[in-house]
Design a protein around this ligand. Structure first.
Ligand SMILES: [Zn+2]
Ligand SMILES: [Zn+2]
Length: 287
């Protein structure tokens, strides 16, 4: 059995182990060194945010039992994609694949903010009025399906080694929990870490109710895309303790904290000044 077959066969326990391990570390860290005071009770938010995570895992397993790793194994078998056409050293193929997949996630994230119908879906992630380890995995099931289809397309074009996809899935999962967590990292340390990895302070800016701040720091893993493409913003104007997290127009706990509300949130209300073709020079409120 080669390494690809091994990780392919043990993908689920490996991923679950990393998920619960990272979750536990971040949850304890949030208790020991919190960054902000909570708006809503932890019990309500965690029950519902994690309920949504559970529902999403179920939907994904049902629709795409082989997931991204299965798709990578398939493209390798078929000889599809860049890295299956060209003979590149394994280390280069793995590293380049991870960086390329992260870039696609960045572009996807910009897209779901700009396109009105997709912003409706992505609003569920932003409507959380708090920002903690459970926010990192809180996405509407339809956005999760869209993400998986984009990932499949990326894998078909790229032909990444199976190991690269496993590493990417595990790392992305862990960094998403890390950079959404309500933890205090000393400013000097944060400044160094954010050259390599999106930190909680960097991503929190993206969860601001202010439109210009929410349209910054789209990166999930690597912080370089925001700096390279001009979407980087250092800190929120009101400071991390003073800023408001969430969306201006949706703050009722029933809609933003309870699972049934999160599931219907994409289908209600109008999109006004937020999405790309709704902007006016005079400036309207986000909707
Ligand atoms: Zn976003
Ligand atoms: Zn986020």
């Amino acid at each position: 059995m080669n390494i690809s077959e091994f990780v392919l066969q043990n993908e689920v326990p490996v991923r679950l182990g990393f998920f619960f391990g990272t979750f536990a570390v971040m949850a304890v860290w949030e208790v020991l060194a919190p960054r902000r005071q909570r708006v809503l009770s932890r019990t309500v938010r965690w029950l519902n945010n994690l309920g949504l995570v559970f529902l999403n895992s179920f939907v994904l397993r049902l629709l795409f039992p082989a997931a991204a790793v299965g798709m990578a194994a398939f493209t390798t078998e078929q000889g599809w994609g860049l890295f299956n056409y060209y003979d590149v050293p394994a280390a280069v193929a793995i590293l380049a694949s991870i960086v390329a997949m992260d870039f696609v996630i960045y572009l996807q994230h910009v897209m779901v903010h700009a396109v009105p119908a997709l912003w409706r879906l992505h609003r569920v992630h932003h409507a959380d009025v708090d920002f903690d380890v459970t926010t990192g995995a809180r996405f509407h099931p339809l956005e999760i399906i869209l993400s998986m289809l984009i990932k499949f397309a990326t894998i078909v074009v790229l032909g990444p080694p199976v190991v690269a996809v496993v590493i990417f899935e595990v790392v992305l999962n862990a960094t998403a929990m890390f950079n959404h967590s309500n933890i205090r990292i000393p400013k000097a340390l944060d400044r160094v870490v954010r050259w390599l990895l999106v930190t909680p302070d960097m991503h929190r800016v993206h969860h601001s109710v202010e439109d210009d701040e929410a349209n910054s720091n789209f990166g999930f893993n690597l912080p370089w895309w925001d700096r390279l493409f001009g979407t980087y913003r250092d800190q929120p104007r009101a400071g991390h303790e003073g800023m408001t997290i969430g969306i201006h127009t949706y703050r009722q706990p029933k809609l933003v904290a309870w699972l049934p509300g999160m599931l219907v949130l994409p289908f209600i209300g109008r999109i006004t000044g937020y999405a790309i073709n709704r902007r006016e020079w005079s400036g309207q409120d986000e909707g």
